[in-house]
Design a protein around this ligand. Structure first.
Ligand code: B12
Length: 215
């Protein structure tokens, strides 16, 4: 089976809510040596976005989106196990989470996974994470980077609040802050005083490496 066919199967499995099909396609991808990251970013991610657009056009209902997200997660789990791990000589810690008021986790999970693959110690705080919790956990794990994801315009302001909180408690210099997620832009990241922004998992890894001085 060609790479294009496998990517197509991954995509279709999400679009048709086919859990078994997704697992099978993920296993086929591994067998055929398709880059697992490509399988996620080029096969699964566009499909979940298409599901979102269908939902927006009232063609499907919310439960469909939830099931499609579960299908994507199952395929991601299989693909993740096949990812090679880079060796970073001195491991750097990162905390990552989705900000308070927001339960979207797929994009955050993709980014967390890619940072792990790049060799970082990633502490995933989950979703609906309070500003205070990001900061407490970053301190507890000795993290150099705080990475925040937001998928909603309503939850985005929490990112700026965290940076403000770091400033007002004289801790801004201790952490590098990176932001991303659907509605977040480079311009918004700059406006709130974030150190970095990434459009996808690849960019997330690049910007974090640059910020902590890892090749
Ligand atoms: C799947 C989905 C859901 C699922 C989430 C399942 C899950 N387990 O995560 C469910 C069904 C639960 C859900 C619920 C809701 N959703 Co919803 N959902 C989506 C949908 C369709 C796809 C999101 C997604 O997973 N994309 C795929 C991933 C791979 O992409 P990504 O998240 O953008 O992440 C990439 C980049 O952004 C970046 N990135 C992400 N995070 C970070 C972090 C850092 C540090 C960096 C550097 C980069 C980075 O890298 C990632 C990998 O490439 C979007 C529509 C869309 N087009 O985005 C709506 C959407 C986000 N949802 C929306 C809404 C409104 C809701 C609900 C309120 C219900 C509703 N009425 O639809 C609830 C929210 C409840 C809450 N409090 O959070 C709106 C938000 C609108 C807004 N205000 O901005 C959207 C945009 C749909 C829409 N057009 O209306 N949703």
């Amino acid at each position: 089976m060609s790479e294009e066919e496998i990517l197509g199967n991954l995509r279709n499995s999400v679009l048709t809510y086919d859990l078994d099909g997704a697992k099978k396609a993920a296993e086929e991808a591994i067998k055929a040596n398709v880059d697992p990251l490509k399988a996620i970013e080029r096969g699964l991610a566009p499909a979940i976005r298409e599901v979102g657009e269908r939902f927006h056009r009232y063609e499907i209902f919310l439960p469909h989106v939830i099931i499609a997200a579960d299908v994507m997660a199952a395929a991601m789990q299989i693909l993740e196990a096949a990812l090679p791990r880079d060796k970073v000589p001195k491991r750097k810690a990162i905390v990552i989470g989705t900000v308070e008021g927001d339960i979207h986790e797929i994009g955050k999970n993709v980014v967390a996974m890619m940072l792990k693959v790049a060799g970082f110690d990633v502490y995933d705080l989950g979703v609906d994470v309070k500003v205070s919790s990001f900061i407490d956990k970053a301190q507890a794990h000795g993290a150099e980077v705080i990475a925040m994801s937001s998928l909603m315009t309503t939850s985005m302001p929490n990112m700026g609040d965290l940076i403000e909180d770091l400033r007002s408690t004289n801790q801004r210099e201790k952490f590098r802050v990176v932001v991303g997620g659907g509605p977040v832009t480079q311009g918004y990241a700059e406006k709130i005083g974030s150190d970095g922004f990434g459009r996808d998992g690849d960019e997330a890894v690049k910007v974090v490496k640059k910020l902590v001085g890892v090749q």
